[in-house]
Design a binder for this molecule. Structure first.
Ligand code: RIB
Length: 306
């Protein structure tokens, strides 16, 4: 199998608690449940692209522990090429501590662990995967040097390069923008990248314009239940989200990115790919957990809005 979508990114074990609401600083709350679920933005996007029809390869690292074995096994079950997912004996696997509240919102703390070992050299070592790919996806849960290397190599090879700048804590290095075909932040990430307050369609348009001016090819600001805003320098287009009953929004953005990439890789137009990614993301919020909530191609095709 030659992977058309290659994801360079993180694998985390998600330690998920459900509680009536998110705790305040210094507060102890009684939770309702606890589960461990495979996650990590990179792995979630790889699983989404694979379930939604693309041949996928993942480049990343897991620890030499039981979580690492489970994370790797989970990707292999999806048919994802894991030749470039390296177990590292002397470090723990990445974890994410997640609280989901009764309104389906979440708060997440990640500890990088083995994800911190992804490097330019480890990406370069599997250059053949990038050469074969049509779409390369990166996020920000592995070191910036590795992300920069993958983005620039993708650009050099003429691939479609997607950056989901998540999580974002500030501006991106300015020399990254020219390597990005599709920059896909959510509102808070668009705010971190631009310094603008992004809390409405109008402010999302302003932020997208700024990101285009910095050199990104095209920008898609995801707006949760409000859909997404596409900006290509010619104008803006708003894509409303299908309405669903939300249970857990964890990995909705990842499902959008993976679905968008899978659709581009099979030749859909970018507008078709956005609409497809949005249906997949909407379905993902109707189920709990990161990877368990990601729908299959059949489920997306069978979807009828409420
Ligand atoms: O985007 C959701 C993901 O963020 C979770 O699966 C968690 O691992 C964190 O990386």
């Amino acid at each position: 199998m030659q992977a058309k979508v290659v994801v360079v990114g993180s694998l985390n074990m998600d330690l998920v608690t459900r509680a009536p609401r998110l705790p305040r600083g210094g507060e102890t709350l009684h939770g309702d449940s606890f589960v461990t679920v495979p996650g990590g933005k990179g792995a979630n996007q790889a699983v989404a692209a694979a379930r939604l029809g693309a041949p996928v390869a993942m480049i990343g690292c897991v620890g030499g522990d039981a979580y690492g074995e489970q994370l790797l096994a989970g990707l292999l079950v999806e048919g994802i090429d894991c030749q470039a997912v390296t177990p590292i004996a002397d470090v723990a696997s990445g974890v994410a501590l997640i609280v989901v509240d009764d309104s389906s919102q979440n708060a997440i703390v990640i500890v990088a662990g083995a994800n911190g070992r992804v490097s330019p050299a480890s990406v370069q070592a599997v250059d053949h995967l990038l050469v074969q790919a049509e779409v390369i996806i990166c996020q920000l849960e592995v070191p910036n040097e590795a992300v920069a290397f993958a983005l620039k190599r993708g650009r050099e090879l003429g691939k479609t390069v997607i950056l989901n700048p998540a999580p974002a804590s500030g501006p991106l290095p300015s020399d990254w923008y020219a390597a990005i075909d599709y920059l896909i932040p959510n509102e808070s990430e668009a705010q971190a990248l631009t310094g603008l307050v992004v809390d409405s369609r109008a402010s999302a348009e302003q932020a997208a314009s700024q990101l285009l001016a910095m050199g990104a090819g095209k920008v898609i600001v995801t707006l949760g239940a409000q859909g997404s805003l596409f900006a290509d320098g010619q104008g803006f287009e708003h894509f409303p989200a299908p309405q669903v009953k939300a249970v857990d929004t964890t990995a909705a953005g990842d499902t959008f990115v993976g679905g968008f990439a899978a659709a581009l890789a099979r030749g859909d137009t970018e507008r078709q790919a956005i609409a497809f990614g949005q249906v997949a993301a909407a379905l993902s919020v109707t189920a709990a957990g990161a990877q368990p909530s990601i729908p299959t191609l059949k489920e997306v095709q069978a979807f009828t809005p409420l």
